[in-house]
Design a binder for this molecule. Structure first.
Ligand code: AKG
Length: 459
C-alpha cells in the first residue's frame, strides 16, 4: 500500500492534507529562509495514532517532522525533503488538573497562553512566558526548553515539566516520571526529551507544574548610559528586590518600535540602552526599596531617566516595548543570532561581538535586545530594502565564525534559547565538543535507530 493510503487509514482522510497551501504553511516555522516540501501533513488526536504512524514510518523508511505553533526561529520544524509533518493542532486539550499537586496534564498542542489562562482560572500561575505565547505550543516549548522573559526568577521550561508521555523514534510509548516531584530511580529520560528539538520522538502528553500568582507586578523602564552601567543597575536591583524580569533593548530598537508601531516612548530623554525591570510589590516596603535602588543608580550616573508603572495597564504598555520587538522587526527579514555568556561577562562579550559586526556591516542596521538577567543577547541585523534575501543572509553569515569564535573563547552559547534546528547546525561545534556531539548522535540512535524523527536537525 502506498504511504498516502496508509496515512488515510491511520488518520481518516480529513486529517491528512496534501494541498499546496497546507504543505507550504505547515512545512515551515518562523525562520523565513527555507522552502518547504513535505509529502503530507497529518493531525493525530491520540498517543495511539502517533505510535501507529511511527511504526509505519519505520517500516516504510519515511521521515517525520513534528510541528507545533511553528514559532521556532532555527528551522527545527521545517520539512524540506518529502517528510510527513505531524501537526499537534488537534491534540490541544488540557486533560487533568490536581490542585494539591499543582499539576496539569496537557496535550502537546496546548497553546502557551491557554495554559497560562487555565492556571489563572485556578488561582495559579504558569510562569514561562515570551512574545509568541499566543501561538507557540507546549510540545514545542518543551522540545526547545523555551526560556523567555521570566527566566531570572522562574527558570526555563525544564523546571516546570513534571512528567512526559512520549512515543520514541522506535515506536515505544514511555511514561516518564509520572508527575512526581521526587524520583531518584536512575536516569531521568524526561530531561533528554526536553530541548531535544523533536529528534528523539514525539511528546504526546506533558504534566506541568504551576505556582502562586505573583501579586501586583510592577515595571520600571530605565534609560542607561552604557552596558557596564546596565550591569551595575542589574546588580543593584538584584541585591535589593527579587526580580521577575531584567530585560534590555537599544535606542535603535526603541526608535523602530516608536516609528513602526506608534508606541509612546517611556520618557523623553534618549539613552543608548534601556532596562525593563519587573518585580512583585506585595507590600509597600518593596516599592520603597525599588525606588531607593533607582535613586542609587541615578546618583551613580548609570541611569539618565526612568518611569515606574502606576497601573497594570501602564505595566503592560511598557512591556509591549520589549515583547513586541521580534514580531515588529520580522518585516525587515532580520538575520538573527541568539547568544549567551555568563551574566558577568556580558559587557566584554557585547563589546567584542559589536566590533566584529561593525567591521563587516557598517551599512546595516543592527539591533540589540534580550534578557540581560540571563546573559542572553538577541542580535538582529535588518535587511536593507534594496537587497535580496539570499544575498543578505550570505553576507551576514560570513561574520558568524568571528562572532562564534568570541563566543567559544568566552565559554558562551551559539544558541541560548532558540535551539540549533538547521540554521545553527554548522555552528554547534563552537559550543559543544566533538565528544559531546558524538554522544548526542549515539543517544539519538538508541531512541530513533532508523533516524526517521526530525532528521537533519541539530547535527
Ligand atoms: C525574544 O524577543 O526574547 C525572542 O526570543 C526573540 C528573539 C529574536 O527575535 O531574535
Amino acid at each position: 500500500m502506498n504511504i498516502l493510503q496508509q496515512l488515510n487509514d491511520i488518520f481518516t482522510p480529513e486529517r491528512v492534507l496534501t494541498d499546496e497551501d497546507s504543505l507550504q504553511n505547515y512545512g515551515k516555522d518562523w525562520t523565513q529562509v527555507y522552502t518547504p516540501d513535505p509529502l503530507a501533513i497529518v493531525f493525530p488526536t491520540s498517543t495511539e495514532e502517533v505510535q501507529a504512524l511511527v511504526k509505519m514510518a519505520n517500516e516504510e523508511g519515511v521521515a517525520l517532522v513534528p510541528s507545533g505553533g511553528r514559532t521556532g526561529l532555527c528551522g527545527g520544524a521545517v520539512a524540506m525533503n518529502k517528510e510527513i509533518v505531524v501537526s499537534f493542532d488537534r491534540m490541544n486539550k488540557i486533560l487533568d488538573f490536581n490542585s494539591i499537586d499543582r499539576s496539569v496534564v496537557c496535550q502537546p498542542g496546548v497553546i502557551t497562553q491557554q495554559l497560562q489562562n487555565f492556571a489563572e482560572e485556578n488561582n495559579l500561575f504558569y510562569p514561562v512566558d515570551f512574545g509568541s505565547s499566543g501561538s507557540s505550543q507546549l510540545g514545542g516549548n518543551i522540545s526547545t526548553n523555551a526560556g523567555g522573559i521570566k527566566v531570572v526568577r522562574y527558570g526555563l521550561t525544564r523546571n516546570w515539566v513534571l512528567g512526559l508521555k512520549v512515543v520514541t523514534g522506535a515506536g515505544e510509548v514511555l511514561d516518564l516520571n509520572h508527575g512526581l516531584v521526587k524520583n531518584a530511580t536512575g536516569y531521568d529520560f524526561r530531561h533528554l526529551f526536553i530541548g531535544a528539538e523533536g529528534t528523539l520522538g514525539f511528546i504526546t502528553e506533558a504534566t506541568m507544574r504551576l505556582t502562586n500568582i505573583p501579586k501586583n507586578l510592577t515595571v520600571f523602564v530605565l534609560g542607561v548610559t552604557d552596558i557596564p552601567a546596565l550591569m551595575q543597575v542589574f546588580e543593584t536591583f538584584q541585591n535589593t528586590i527579587e526580580l521577575s524580569a531584567f530585560e534590555f533593548f537599544s535606542e535603535d530598537t526603541l526608535s523602530l518600535m516608536v516609528n513602526d508601531k506608534g508606541y509612546a516612548r517611556p520618557f523623553d530623554t534618549e539613552a543608548p540602552y534601556y532596562a525593563l525591570i519587573e518585580f512583585e510589590v506585595d507590600h509597600e516596603s518593596k516599592e520603597e526599596s525599588a525606588l531607593q535602588a533607582f535613586e542609587a543608580c541615578a546618583e551613580e550616573g548609570w541611569v539618565v531617566d526612568g518611569v515606574m508603572s502606576q497601573s497594570l495597564q501602564q505595566a503592560k504598555d511598557l512591556w509591549r516595548l520589549r515583547e513586541d520587538i521580534s514580531e515588529t522587526i520580522s518585516a525587515y527579514t532580520p538575520y538573527k543570532n541568539d547568544l549567551s555568556v555568563n551574566i558577568s561577562k556580558v559587557p566584554e562579550y557585547l563589546d567584542k561581538v559589536e566590533q566584529a559586526v561593525n567591521q563587516n556591516y557598517s551599512e546595516f542596521k543592527v539591533l540589540w535586545y534580550g534578557h540581560i538577567g540571563d546573559g542572553n543577547l538577541h542580535l538582529n541585523i535588518l535587511k536593507p530594502d534594496s537587497m535580496e534575501v539570499s544575498e543578505f543572509f550570505e553576507q551576514c553569515s560570513k561574520v558568524n565564525p568571528d562572532i562564534f569564535e568570541v563566543t567559544k573563547k568566552m565559554n558562551g552559547s551559539v544558541s541560548a534559547e532558540h535551539g540549533i534546528g538547521i540554521i545553527k547546525k554548522n555552528y554547534l561545534k563552537y559550543s559543544r565538543s566533538k565528544e559531546e556531539v558524538e554522544l548526542m548522535a549515539s543517544v539519538k540512535k538508541i531512541f530513533d535507530p532508523k533516524g526517521i524523527i526530525n532528521p537533519g536537525k541539530i547535527f
